[in-house]
Design a protein around this ligand. Structure first.
Ligand code: NAD
Length: 288
């Protein structure tokens, strides 16, 4: 039987309306709307698209969207000064510095300069440490979205075998921490992992966050597995047309998986919805 295709767009829409309702309550209680400010350095076209859609989603949720566009030549000192000003601004609840940053700027230093209470990306070492130790934290948006989709599909995942492929700080590692907190038995695979197919074959849950088109083959999967495809890869066909594909070979996975996210329309929309949820959470914590 073919897998259930997980509709990330619909799930994200329902999360966004929950957030909008929470924002309306926040405004009624505090007389101001939560504010999310995005900082974009340079003119990377993909980052431009992300920043524009984040701004639109923020406004649609009833929040105040701020945007600072800095030239690619900005100094690290000037960027750090802007972050300090946003940290001090009471109207700003969430600060997001769009990555990647130009090479002359130390991204780790910039992330560490953001007030952890306003770190809606959840990348600050304080939030990463709080997540790892089971304390309340602002959690990175993409793995948060993946966890919602997994729990919608499977319910309680206590004791389930979960495989996360990819160990980045923004997806793989926090995903492994979230699944561990839900009492799954977690394996974190990466570029040095031996016998990836064998690991995939044992997993009830597979989260692929690698960036290699269609690397996970359908016949590797345990029948009925829940497959969450984080990868976003643009591939060009022989006729010159291009399209987005994930890290999982969707066509061969569909007949074998129990449930699977498509690319696009799976994890991607959840990321922005979780960013809005994080901004509301940060605003509530700051107002408490
Ligand atoms: P990254 O490049 O930082 O990390 C990739 C990880 O894959 C590394 O940990 C590496 O060890 C691992 N890896 C590389 N080759 C491998 C192999 N052959 N076998 C097993 N593991 C291997 O990437 P990232 O930032 O975590 O992003 C991963 C993918 O997810 C990219 O395609 C990115 O575009 C996408 N992404 C999507 C969203 C979204 O909202 N849907 C958000 C973030 C990232």
């Amino acid at each position: 039987m073919a897998a259930t295709i997980i509709d990330g767009k619909a799930r994200a829409a329902s999360l966004r309306s929950e957030v909008a309702a929470g924002v309306a309550d926040f405004v009624a209680a505090h007389g101001r709307a939560p504010g999310l400010t995005v900082v974009l350095v340079g003119d990377d076209p993909a980052s431009n698209v992300y920043v524009r859609s984040k701004g639109k989603a923020t406004t649609e949720a009833g929040m105040i969207s701020g945007e600072h566009r800095l030239p690619a030549t900005v100094t690290e000192a000037d960027l750090l000064a802007l972050v300090a000003a946003l940290n001090a601004d009471p109207a700003v609840d969430g600060i997001l510095v769009q990555l990647p940053l130009p090479k002359h700027i130390d991204a780790d230093r910039v992330i560490a300069a953001i007030d952890p209470a306003k770190d809606v990306d959840g990348f600050h070492p304080v939030n990463a440490g709080r997540l790892a130790t089971g304390l309340a934290a602002l959690v990175p948006c993409t793995p948060s979205g993946c966890l919602i989709l997994i729990e919608d599909a499977l319910g309680d995942i206590s004791g389930a075998e979960a495989l996360v492929i990819g160990r980045s700080n923004i997806v793989g590692k926090p995903m492994a921490a979230l699944l561990t907190a839900k009492s799954a038995t977690v394996t974190l695979a990466h570029s040095r992992t031996r016998d990836l197919a064998g690991h995939v074959g044992r997993a009830d849950i597979v989260v692929a966050a690698v960036g290699i088109p269609a690397m996970v083959k359908g016949d590797w999967l345990k029948p009925g597995a829940c497959v969450i495809d984080v990868g976003i890869n643009r591939v060009t066909a022989a006729d010159g047309t291009s399209r987005l594909v994930g890290d999982v070979d969707f066509a061969s996975a569909l007949p074998r998986a129990g449930s699977i996210t498509p690319v696009p329309g799976g994890v991607g929309p959840m990321t922005i919805a979780c960013l809005l949820a994080n901004t509301l959470k940060a605003a509530r914590a700051r107002a408490a």
